[in-house]
Design a protein around this ligand. Structure first.
Ligand code: NIG
Ligand code: FE
Length: 399
């Protein structure tokens, strides 16, 4: 066990106020024992015996380490050609229906060996770590066959083993329909057996899907979710990204951890998410990349009291974005979030979107996953564009 650490002279955004408010404590200190937060409070109340083990915070801002709760950072190849096509007027859906899109990344991911996928994923993970990220969710979904879905999830676990980073996996077999199969046949003959095999191998923390005209409808997703429930796995869903297909309502009816994208969600969807205790995960990088104009119903989420998370959705097609701080900035500028909502969206509410109860807020007993920033006010984290004010990251109590 590592020696206790006492961080002095910091402003602490504890993120444990009502609805994820900053709950800012100025002139504060924080004591770490092992991998946990042992104490947080005003410097004036700190135990003098802790002196001698301190890190001088120098008046900086201390927050929970950030949590990127929606990524696809394990993948082969890139889709810069589709970027060029969209700039010439082609839409994401047109490219997908013409055989590009997700299935082109499937070919590249199937062709890549495990080490190649891991090397590329580690570079992406390092970019997130450099911005104070302590937990990342990583999805499968570019295999669409049993072997490659498992390969992707093994690589995701290896990222967590090779870096000081907590990795949470989501099985996303229901991401796209591979060539040569109907959607129904794919779900029953490949996706569900792949889920069972991946679960058996201990590779699945949650089950995801893509409910959309270019992917799967709500009845097909429901079959995957029923299997997830039978295996005791939580679910989440890419829902209402390009149209309203009833995905958010389906996710809520299955008690999902989250519904993600949700640009086309309605007020009734917001109420359903609230009743289910689900988080709305906003992905401004995909909104921006796809030139989307329909914004997620932030006012309805606020009115209903739905917690909102913010994530990068880092993937090679709809969101080639390697910065969670930029996602926070875009959440504010494009979707109208407040900087406080954006920070809650990458800390306490992101933890909830992953079903994690031991991180995302600063309180005694929580994991000591922390980020120390060279800023005075929390709003500065969302305000900068392409600016990284991280001073130091602490992971599992290790500075
Ligand atoms: O979250 N919407 C579906 N899935 C991904 C996009 C994946 C891709 O285009 O490769 C998303 O945006
Ligand atoms: Fe996604």
């Amino acid at each position: 066990m590592s020696d206790p650490v006492f961080i002095t002279n910091v402003s602490v955004a504890r993120m444990d106020g009502a609805d994820g408010a900053y709950s800012l404590l100025r002139q504060a200190g924080l004591r770490i024992e092992g991998d946990r937060i042992a104490w947080v409070g005003p410097m004036a109340e700190a135990d003098p015996a802790w002196r001698g083990q301190e890190i001088d915070g120098g008046g900086r801002l201390l927050t929970p380490a950030l949590i990127d709760c929606h990524t696809h950072i394990v993948h082969g190849g890139n889709r810069a050609r589709e970027f060029e096509m969209r700039l010439q007027g082609a839409s994401y859906e047109e490219i997908a229906r013409a055989g590009g899109g997700i299935v082109s990344t499937v070919s590249a991911t199937r062709a890549a060996d495990e080490q190649t996928l891991l090397d590329a994923a580690l570079i992406r993970a390092d970019a997130l770590i450099a911005e104070g990220v302590g937990t990342v969710e990583i999805k499968s979904g570019y295999g669409l066959d049993i072997e490659t879905e498992l390969k992707m999830l093994r690589v995701a676990r290896a990222v967590g083993a090779q870096r000081p980073l907590r990795v949470v996996t989501s099985f996303l077999g229901a991401h796209a329909v591979p060539k040569g199969k109907t959607a129904d046949a794919y779900i029953d003959e490949v996706c569900i057996p792949a889920l069972e095999a991946a679960h058996e191998a201990g590779l699945v923390d949650a089950v995801d899907g893509f409910c959309e005209g270019i992917a799967f409808d709500a009845t097909q997703i429901a079959r995957v979710f029923d299997r997830a429930a039978a295996l005791g796995l939580p679910v989440k869903l890419h829902a209402e990204q390009l149209s309203n297909m009833g995905g958010t309502a389906l996710a809520a009816s299955h008690g999902a951890l989250s519904a993600d994208h949700v640009e086309f969600a309605t007020e009734a969807d917001a109420r359903a998410l609230k009743a289910a205790g689900s988080v709305a995960v906003l992905l401004p990088g995909a909104f921006y990349t796809l030139h989307e104009t329909q914004k997620p119903p932030v006012a309805a989420f606020r009115a209903a009291g739905v917690p909102m998370a913010v994530a990068t959705d880092w993937n090679p097609g709809s969101s080639p974005m390697g910065s969670l701080l930029l996602a926070m900035n875009m959440g504010c500028t494009l979707f109208g979030l407040t900087p406080a909502e954006a920070l809650a969206g990458t800390t306490c509410h992101a933890a909830r979107a992953l079903g994690l109860k031991d991180c995302g807020v600063i309180a005694p007993g929580m994991r000591a996953d922390l980020a120390l920033w060279d800023v005075e006010a929390p709003a500065e984290l969302s305000y900068g564009i392409g600016i990284n004010p991280l001073y130091r990251r602490i992971h599992g109590g290790r500075a």
